[in-house]
Design a protein around this ligand. Structure first.
Ligand SMILES: *Cc1c(COP(=O)(O)O)cnc(C)c1O
Length: 478
């Protein structure tokens, strides 16, 4: 696409917005500047294509489209049907899935759809059958009361938070933890890796309705074939949340045992992380769960966002092109180069390296908490996020880790040489930062000291590193 077309499109859009509320137009412009200037290592972020972004800014946003393709509760949904069917078709083809539901507004929403689809399939449907009624409204008060209790009394086994699991996999602060009786499996303290025998043992003891695989901070491949065997051995439904690594599945970096789609009964994902689409979610499933998944709205979701589904169709079409596989492989090459660069300089990494798009630095090796490290890096123009490490002594707020990921920088075009330089910048900041103390002399988990001149120097070096790789090179707002 020509520089002209994309520049004109975004410039014109800003002009139209500026005429109504100039501060919004300014903020949008400032966001592009900020994103262009920062070394973005946030493992869950990326840069969607101009076509994906533009597909969201239009009158599709005006449509209500409750229901599914061809079966809507509102009239006039023929064009929404077109984009929803396209997005679902691209998703099925891309991932080799039997069924795709592209309405979820986010990853959390996709998980809620999945949980309730499984509960409906495995708890509600049998109860209706037993009571010999077709739907919940036909149950007696007593049967309804009993069913509600049963729905609220199911078990989930998922990866522990500090091993890299996600809050939505049954943890108490999230609705999933209030819905399910949850237990979690961790990683081997010696290796940092998932110990499948321990998972099998936990499953045998706990007998979960749902076994959840997937993570947001585990730097290694997961063997989904083994997890499925474990699920089968205890009659659990196997669900995988591939929110973080969907791009690596789409790009065929994760295949065979490491591709969740052929092994799981149900797979959820976001569309905006390594997949590089619009902010949103998606559910893929086996045919048996399709009808229940399609009830996601209005079961747990508000009306679908047709403009976002349009953008999902565009992004998924992009991910089906051969160059996406190349992109996905470069994400991992870059992540491994970053890990190697850090290890060579003496950093301590959880599991000692990476197979995927992310690296987890244990910053206790630098005498810092995650929070101190995150802030010192931010002062130096390097955007990361703090994250727990297994058996983290500093808890979920201060943490002892820094999670870094390469999907975004890989989209910009940075390669392994730049990753080594990035490792140098990170290592320099972390070695030069010192932990602070509280007023009473005890060590502070938040205060730190870093020479501002050094932070400035690193920030300039980060900008120099990015200079040959302009973000959105076809977009000129000036
Ligand atoms: C990011 C993430 C989510 C949540 O996605 P949102 O779009 O923010 O709702 C859910 N699960 C996992 C594993 C994630 O990494």
């Amino acid at each position: 696409m020509s520089r002209n077309a994309e520049s004109t499109a975004f410039r014109s859009a800003l002009e139209v917005i500026r005429a109504v509320e100039p501060r919004v137009a300014d903020a949008i412009g400032a966001e592009l500047t900020d994103q262009r200037e920062s070394l973005k290592l946030i493992a869950s972020e990326n840069y969607a294509s101009p076509a994906t972004l533009l597909a969201m800014g239009n009158w599709f946003s005006d449509k209500y489209a409750e229901g599914t393709v061809g079966r809507r509760f509102y009239a006039g949904c023929q064009n929404v049907d077109t984009v929803e069917a396209l997005a679902a078709e691209h998703a099925r083809e891309l991932f080799g899935a039997a069924h795709a539901y592209v309405q979820p507004h986010s990853g959390i929403d996709a998980n809620l759809v999945a949980f309730w689809a499984v509960l409906a399939d495995r708890v509600e449907s049998p109860a209706l059958k037993k009571a010999q009624v077709r739907q919940v409204n036909d149950l007696t008060e007593a049967d309804w009361f009993a069913l509600r209790r049963e729905l609220g009394n199911q078990r989930m086994l998922g990866m522990s938070l500090d091993a890299g699991g996600h809050l939505t996999h049954g943890f108490r602060p999230n609705i999933s933890g209030k819905m399910f009786d949850q237990r979690s499996y961790g990683t081997d303290p010696a290796t940092g890796l998932i110990d499948y025998d321990r998972v099998a043992e936990a499953a045998r003891e706990f007998k979960p309705l749902i076994l959840v695989g997937g993570y947001s901070a585990y730097p290694r491949k997961v063997n989904f074939r083994i997890l499925r065997e474990i699920a089968d051995s205890v009659g659990a439904t196997f669900m995988v949340d591939m929110a973080h690594f969907a791009g690596l599945v789409a790009g065929k970096v994760f295949t065979g045992d490491f591709d969740p789609v052929p092994h799981a009964h149900i797979v959820t994902t976001t569309t905006h992380k390594s997949l590089r689409g619009p902010r949103g979610g998606m559910v893929l499933c086996q045919p048996e769960l399709a009808d229940q998944v399609d009830r996601g709205c209005p079961m747990v979701l508000g009306g679908p966002l047709p403009h976002v589904m349009a953008a999902k169709a565009v992004a998924l079409a992009e991910a089906r092109r051969p160059d996406f596989a190349d992109y996905a492989q470069r994400i991992v090459d870059n992540s491994q180069a970053l890990a190697d660069g850090l290890l060579r300089r003496g950093a301590k990494l959880v599991t000692g390296g990476t197979d995927n798009h992310l690296v987890l630095i244990d910053v206790s090796g630098y005498g810092l908490t995650g929070r101190q490290a995150e802030q010192a890096l931010l002062d130096s123009g390097i955007v990361t996020n703090r994250n727990s490490v297994p058996q983290d002594p500093n808890g979920a707020w201060y943490t002892s880790g820094i999670r870094i990921g390469t999907p975004a920088l890989t989209t910009r075009g940075l390669g392994t040489a730049e990753m080594d330089q990035t490792a140098e910048l990170i290592h320099t900041v972390l070695t030069q930062t010192t932990a602070g103390a509280n007023a009473d002399g005890t060590p502070s988990k938040a205060k730190y000291a870093l020479d501002p001149a050094l932070a400035d120097k690193i920030a300039r070096q980060a900008t120099d590193l990015l200079a040959p790789f302009p973000l959105y090179p076809t977009v000129d707002l000036a």
